[in-house]
Design a binder for this molecule. Sequence first.
Ligand SMILES: Nc1ncnc2c1ncn2[C@@H]1O[C@H](COP(=O)(O)OP(=O)(O)OP(=O)(O)O)[C@@H](O)[C@H]1O
Length: 529
Amino acid sequence: MAGHVSLMQGRRIGAASPVADADAQGLAAGRLELESALREALSERVGPSKFGLWFGEGVHLGVPGDGGALEVQVPSVFFRDWIRDHFSPSLIDAAQAVTGRKVELRFAIRDEADPPLGDVVGPAADGPGARPGGTITVPVPGNPKLPLGSPPAPGRPDRRPSHSPRFDFPAADQAPAPARPMPSARAPRRLDDFITGPCNRLAHAAAREMIASAGSAFSPLLIHGGVGLGKTHLLEATAHGLRQAHPGLNVVWTTAEAFTNGFLDAMRAGTLANFRSRYRGVGALAIDDIHFLAGTKATQGEFLHTFNALAGRGVPIILTADQHPRRISKLSDELVTRFLGGMVVKLESPDLPTRRAILQARSASRGVSVPAAVLDYIAEHLRASVRELEGALHSVIAHALLTGKRLDLSLAKAALRDTIRHTAAAIALRDVERAVCNLFQVEPDSLKSDSRARAVAYPRMLAMYLARKHTGAAYSEIGRFFGGRNHSTVISAEKKVSGWLRDEAQAALLPGFESASDLLAELERTLGA
Ligand SMILES: Nc1ncnc2c1ncn2[C@@H]1O[C@H](COP(=O)(O)OP(=O)(O)OP(=O)(O)O)[C@@H](O)[C@H]1O
């Protein structure tokens, strides 16, 4: 592959120094063309599946003006370390093929709470494809050098049938039932049943990688996102996939609440040693709703020791949370750091085509033929979560069965009238204000004040943008509401936020969110928009 030159739009990129071209013209189009050529060259070198996993939407490649280093913009320290450790030679090689010269790599983290710049990796002296020597010093992911807890007990082979219920460990006498009752007889959810789209593709690919590598690629894998977006589905499917791919691996899948209750019961009963050796002896640990640990110090301490013991043995750990670890209040810094030491991926609300595909798959799996117009109607009207979508589909089918009527659009409209009226309830300016203030932890008065401090100016602009998009209020009304401003202020806020979305700029408005679109998605989810 070395020496390959990409052809983009019939133009040879590389020999005539297109980098200089793009820089000189300063054209965004040139940069895009270059990035797309780089991505193509890189994908050829690392293969499409690794490329999809590690160089998806959150990673950007670009050649900035200063010294011509290839800048790799990544969403987190973990991504930086992983890409630097595993793909530096391919990146350097791809960049050389595209630009016609050797370039350095520079890593930038698009997240304010992380260090702004990473290390610079020089091109290999002995030609593309060789590993740059000496400059990459990254601890082996999945095996961080963490203090060990008590010595781990040997893993026990898991001899349960694959249809064992979700809460299959610790034994029933050691911990109470999980928070949410799970039907014990149903088949486990699988990755193959998980419909992917831009909202969840990275999480799905990460789960696959976790299964294939049994945690040696990265660990922990933490999947976070709002209600009903598929966190538990992915956790369960990963646990199941690990069992299938690695027979004999003792995969434990439970909830943070069950872990907490088991721990408290063991303390009361004086059986802590037993509790510890069971958890610390597992072959893989999948824990749902890890945010449940927040607030209880003793349980967090216990979980930290469990985590350390497992990480010290390279045991794969998969976690879910309702939000980014940094945003889980009262979660200890030690746990946050450990969670961020692995791969953290967010599930977004599904877009229209994904919602449509989920409904199609669900009706097919139920063996019911649902007219396309009905699926479209549900997908267009229910946007917040997959659970809501599934619920709507089930009601429509149940309605048809119970009334004996034909399943068509008018039946669907009648069956979902209340649900949709409720979901589409008008969003008021005050709702926007509340959502923005809650997320940014600012007072409504400061949002309406004259302050131009970034901490209130950014939330204010986002609020105006959302108000315009969702409330139907006029510019002048929005301006009046947010501190007696005139309509042109609202227009310019709207333009500014649209610019952030277009350019993916303003990445670090709030720790825990990787981009402005991330933030807006969260706010829109809160608003039920
Ligand atoms: N991408 C998807 N493809 C197919 N089904 C999905 C998808 N995402 C979610 N589901 C289904 O939607 C329902 C809700 O998903 P799940 O229980 O995993 O959500 P969750 O994020 O864990 O929610 P909560 O925050 O309430 O725990 C489940 O039936 C799940 O199988």
